[in-house]
Structure formats: structure tokens, C-alpha cells
Design a protein around this ligand. Sequence first.
Ligand SMILES: *[C@@H]1O[C@H](CO)[C@@H](O)[C@H](O)[C@H]1NC(C)=O
Ligand SMILES: *[C@@H]1O[C@H](CO)[C@@H](O)[C@H](O)[C@H]1NC(C)=O
Ligand SMILES: *[C@@H]1O[C@H](CO)[C@@H](O)[C@H](O)[C@H]1NC(C)=O
Ligand SMILES: *[C@@H]1O[C@H](CO)[C@@H](O)[C@H](O)[C@H]1NC(C)=O
Ligand SMILES: *[C@@H]1O[C@H](CO)[C@@H](O)[C@H](O)[C@H]1NC(C)=O
Ligand SMILES: *[C@@H]1O[C@H](CO)[C@@H](O)[C@H](O)[C@H]1NC(C)=O
Ligand SMILES: *[C@@H]1O[C@H](CO)[C@@H](O)[C@H](O)[C@H]1NC(C)=O
Length: 219
Amino acid sequence: MFRFNLFQTYFLIATWTSLMNPIVLSNKTLINLLNNGGYAIISAEHNPNLSNNEFGLTDEAIQERLGNLSTDLTNKYLYSNVLGVYDGASEYSFLVILHNDLPDRERALIYRLGEKYNQDSVIYVKQALPVVQQLIYTTGPLNGTYVEGQGYKILTTDVTDNYSSVQLCSNVTLTFTLNFDFEQMITNNNTKTKTQQLIKHHAQNRMRNQLRKSIRLVH
Ligand SMILES: *[C@@H]1O[C@H](CO)[C@@H](O)[C@H](O)[C@H]1NC(C)=O
Ligand SMILES: *[C@@H]1O[C@H](CO)[C@@H](O)[C@H](O)[C@H]1NC(C)=O
Ligand SMILES: *[C@@H]1O[C@H](CO)[C@@H](O)[C@H](O)[C@H]1NC(C)=O
Ligand SMILES: *[C@@H]1O[C@H](CO)[C@@H](O)[C@H](O)[C@H]1NC(C)=O
Ligand SMILES: *[C@@H]1O[C@H](CO)[C@@H](O)[C@H](O)[C@H]1NC(C)=O
Ligand SMILES: *[C@@H]1O[C@H](CO)[C@@H](O)[C@H](O)[C@H]1NC(C)=O
Ligand SMILES: *[C@@H]1O[C@H](CO)[C@@H](O)[C@H](O)[C@H]1NC(C)=O
């Protein structure tokens, strides 16, 4: 259904220190990870905010940035390839299987990788008690703030936005979406604010992604 060819080509030429990555999960293992695991979803694709030279990043540069992120991850974690579609843009991403032993440090590491690769946000989930499911903003004025959510929903194949699609063995994918409450913003210092700011932020992201795609089509 989805084409991972470009991605796979990249991985063939990348220097691997871990022969395991990217791992291919069975449906059962993935469901188990979603229900009980600790995991993160992170990419290195374009930030919708096209300031800071993001606009000038070519496909090759994005591939290189994805490769750099995989290198940063590979000796620490196993990960699977994910195609994520958020705010109207498709992104090759990594579903990172966390260890959950030092959750605060893992959350901080994932957050810093989001910052390093100029991402709008990263997803961090820990199903062990207390359950944590957060989408953390990693750049711009929202840097450090996050939203919380609970659980995921498995989706059918006709979805168009806001989902992650994991490549499974036997040539199938599992598509799911995580539930987040975008109307409640939580700052670094744990202040919770009811606001429309994040809804507006994502609407703006969608407009910017749309613009980037239309400009690409012209070229
Ligand atoms: C995988 O699925 C695609 C389309 O669903 C099909 O074209 C392709 O032949 C399949 N590959 C294998 C190895 O089954
Ligand atoms: C994976 O497992 C989930 C939950 O049991 C199920 O809903 C889904 O259809 C399965 N998908 C595949 C591709 O087997
Ligand atoms: C990838 O990492 C290398 C080595 O740190 C760096 O020189 C290069 O600029 C990075 N590429 C991108 C696109 O960020
Ligand atoms: C995010 O905020 C921290 C301080 O909370 C700052 O040190 C860091 O440089 C900021 N990063 C970005 C990418 O804005
Ligand atoms: C977009 O990037 C510019 C330049 O770094 C920054 O000043 C601005 O706050 C960013 N806006 C958002 C919404 O991230
Ligand atoms: C995706 O999520 C946004 C909220 O961030 C929502 O406004 C939009 O309608 C969603 N799109 C789809 C197709 O579900
Ligand atoms: C918490 O952080 C927000 C934004 O980062 C700031 O406006 C607010 O003053 C802070 N509150 C406290 C008690 O430090």
C-alpha cells in the first residue's frame, strides 16, 4: 500500500552499527507495544514552520537528516519504520521501543532529538504506571509544552490525516492514531491551560504544509 522504497534505499547505504534496525514487528508484538510498552515516535522531516532554512532542505538533505537521526537512535534503541501523516504532511518516522527503566531520562532524550532535528513535536508514551502519553512540542514558541492523551485507535485504510502506519511483516501495515486533548496545554512547569492556541497552531501547520506541497508541484 505504501511505498517504502526510497526509505529502504537509504538504509542500504547507511552505516549500520546495529544490524537489527529497522526491526519489523508482528501485528501481535506491535499491539503489545501499544498496550504495554514504552515507545516514542519521532521524525526528521521538514518542520512545517519553514523559517530557519527548512524550506531549502532538499529530499536528499531530508534523507540525510533521517539517516543522522537513525544513527543517533541505533545503538540505544530498536525501532520500526513508520509512515506518519500529521497536519496533512506524510513523514517517514521511527517508532522507537523504549526501555522504560529511566523514563524521565528517556523522555528528555527523545525531546532533545526532536529539538536537534528541528521537529515541531515528538510523541512519548509510557504504559507502565503512571501512564504517560504526551505529544511534546520541541521548537518555536511552544518548545517544551505538551499535550496529554489516552490510548490509541486502530484505523481502517481510508484515513487521510493524523495517523501512523507501521510496516509489519508479511507485507501489511497497521494504522493507528493516538488520542490527544489539544485543548489543554501543559507548560514545562506543569501549568495546565485551557486554550485554542494549539488547535490554531496545527491549523497553521496544515496551511504551511499545503503551501510547501503546492510549491513543490510547481517546480
Ligand atoms: C505487497 O503488497 C503490494 C500491494 O499491496 C503488492 O503489489 C506486492 O506484490 C506485495 N509484495 C509481496 C512480497 O507480497
Ligand atoms: C492486528 O491486531 C489488531 C488487534 O487485534 C486487529 O484489529 C488488526 O486487524 C490486526 N491487523 C492485522 C494486519 O493483522
Ligand atoms: C548529518 O550529520 C553530519 C555529521 O554530524 C553533519 O555534518 C550533517 O550536516 C548532517 N546532515 C544534516 C542534513 O543535518
Ligand atoms: C527550548 O527551550 C529551552 C529552554 O527551556 C532552550 O534551552 C532551547 O534552546 C529551546 N530550543 C529550541 C529549539 O527553541
Ligand atoms: C517559526 O520560526 C521562527 C524562526 O525561528 C520563529 O521566530 C517563530 O516563532 C516560529 N514559529 C512557530 C509557530 O514555530
Ligand atoms: C486532524 O487533527 C486536527 C486537529 O489537530 C483536526 O482539526 C483535523 O480535522 C483532523 N483531520 C482528520 C482528517 O481527522
Ligand atoms: C509557567 O510557565 C509559563 C510559560 O512557560 C509561564 O508563563 C508561567 O509564568 C510559569 N509559571 C510559574 C509558576 O512559573
